[in-house]
Design a protein around this ligand. Structure first.
Ligand code: C2O
Ligand code: CU
Ligand code: CU
Length: 478
């Protein structure tokens, strides 16, 4: 047992040094002659198609119980293609942002600086914090201004994300690149024998569809009928990505960060996913799945066992679309099975006579309503009591658009549980904690929800154009 672990570690180390050496060689080849007067060598250009791995943001607070992060929203240019730069937005970089690592129980202070020419906000999607720290449309940050949210992490290990949330410009700002990941870890994730070497066998996959013009600029189009789907897939901001991994257990943290596209992921060789987590963290036990469906905003963590894979390449697909080329290297590694118990899922406490609220989602092209109302910043739609369990019934009626007709319903300030889908127990992959649930046309989904933090929060469709154009409501928790 120990020998296998040491061998595995050595293999990983060898792989890391190999990749580093490879990176240096490529960098030497690509950087060209030094430019006189430039301050040091430019950052190495990634090999065309090599999956970019977002950097882990440095915690500036030496106290292990406190984290301090600085995020700067800025405009820049990104080389998705050779010799055609794309005007983009990013956090601490030109496209997307770094990963913010947090621990359960930790105090986190973040300074968000807006270096854009436009106002923005930054919302921590899936994080359970007070309304004032949530970063919704009420917490606008003007150009040149900063915002300093502060909170204690009050939830278990999970993969969350962040993105702007200003009324009317969310879709645009996300499309141009403003989004990033949050990793929460805890004692359970520390203890579980799962792949956890960042970027090596624990790999984030931020999946987005985009359109480009021939000059390289984004071609973001919406019409009366909806959002024009992208013809190009970006994963972590990489076009045509490939990633090299060992023939062992590999964990992928999937986020659908598209504005409006749904994805049904599968593997080209028929390999199975072992889903270990949903939006709010670990499932009770791994769930074996052939496909993973994610609507915008949803996450899933999966482990794929490549130890028996005989081919050199496996493709992550969505329908017939190629999402990621997975290049397998080295000898097959003996993989231990995954832990059969991941965590104990304590159901949200039921109350005998819970308040029931109904939400009817209806869209028309890129706009839509909830309970036949367009979003109004001045109106509180629902008043919820702190720490009281409720049932929310979400229905999708009608809709005419290019998209599927279904809507990803997202609730801020909580992780909820899905109790019924069309009157039945939801599938096992939906039995963990969630913050976004897809409600297809004609469907009815019931969630059990409880709010433990006060403030004003949003619920909305996570098709960002719907959110920007009316399909959002707000509730107060007191
Ligand atoms: Cu991911 Cu209200 O947002
Ligand atoms: Cu959110
Ligand atoms: Cu919608």
């Amino acid at each position: 047992m120990e020998k296998i672990q040491i061998r595995r570690m050595l293999l990983v180390l060898a792989l890391i040094s190999l990749l580093t050496a490879l990176g240096v060689v490529i960098w030497l080849l690509l950087r060209g002659p030094d430019q006189p007067g430039s301050p040091g060598p430019p950052a190495p250009a990634p090999r065309a198609g090599q999956l970019k791995i977002p950097p882990l943001l440095e915690d500036l607070d030496p106290d292990p119980g406190v984290a301090r992060y600085i995020l700067e929203a800025e405009a820049g240019e990104t080389d998705f293609f050779q010799e055609r730069a794309t005007g983009t937005l990013g956090y601490n970089g030109s496209y997307l942002g770094p990963v913010l690592k947090m621990r359960q129980g930790e105090r986190v202070n973040i300074e968000v600086r807006n270096k854009l020419d436009d106002p923005t906000t930054i919302h921590w999607h899936g994080l359970v914090v007070d309304g004032s720290e949530d970063g919704g449309p009420h917490q606008g940050i003007g150009p040149g201004e900063s915002w300093n949210p502060s909170f204690t992490v009050d939830q278990p290990a999970a993969t969350l994300w962040f993105h702007p949330h200003l009324m009317g410009t969310t879709a645009d700002q996300v499309y141009y690149g403003l989004a990033g990941l949050i990793y929460i870890e805890d004692e359970v994730s520390d203890r579980l024998a799962l792949p956890k070497t960042y970027g090596v066998d624990d790999i984030p996959l931020i999946v987005q569809d985009r359109r480009f013009r021939s000059n390289g600029s984004f071609d973001y189009q919406t019409t009366m009928m909806g959002v024009v789907p992208g013809d190009t897939i970006l994963v972590n901001g990489t076009v045509d990505p490939s990633v090299m991994v060992a023939r062992g257990n590999i964990r992928f943290r999937l986020l659908n960060a598209s504005n409006s596209e749904n994805f049904t992921f599968r593997l080209s060789d028929g390999s199975l996913f072992q889903q270990i987590a949903s939006d709010g963290g670990f499932l009770a036990a791994p769930v074996i799945r052939q496909t993973i469906f994610l609507s915008p905003g949803e996450r899933a963590e999966v482990v794929i066992d490549f130890s028996d894979t005989s081919t050199d390449n496996v493709f992550l697909l969505a329908g017939s679309r190629e999402i990621l080329k997975i290049e397998l290297t080295g000898q097959p590694q003996a993989t231990a099975g995954l832990p059969q118990v991941l965590r104990e899922i304590t159901p949200i406490e039921e109350s005998p006579d819970p308040p029931v609220r109904y939400f009817e989602l209806q869209s028309m092209g890129i706009s839509g309503t909830i309970n036949r109302k367009y979003f109004d910043m001045e109106r509180i739609d629902e008043r919820v009591r702190l720490n009281e369990t409720e049932l929310w019934v979400i229905r999708t009626t009608g809709g005419m658009m290019m998209q599927s007709g279904g809507h990803p319903f997202h609730v801020h300030g909580t992780q909820f549980q899905v109790v019924a889908r069309n009157g039945r127990t939801p599938p096992p992959g939906e039995l963990g904690f969630k913050d976004t649930v897809f409600v297809d046309e004609g469907e009815e989904v019931v969630i059990r929800v409880r709010f433990t933090h006060p403030g004003v929060f949003m619920y909305h469709c996570h098709i960002l154009e719907h959110e920007d154009n009316g399909m959002m409501g707000q509730f107060s928790v007191r």
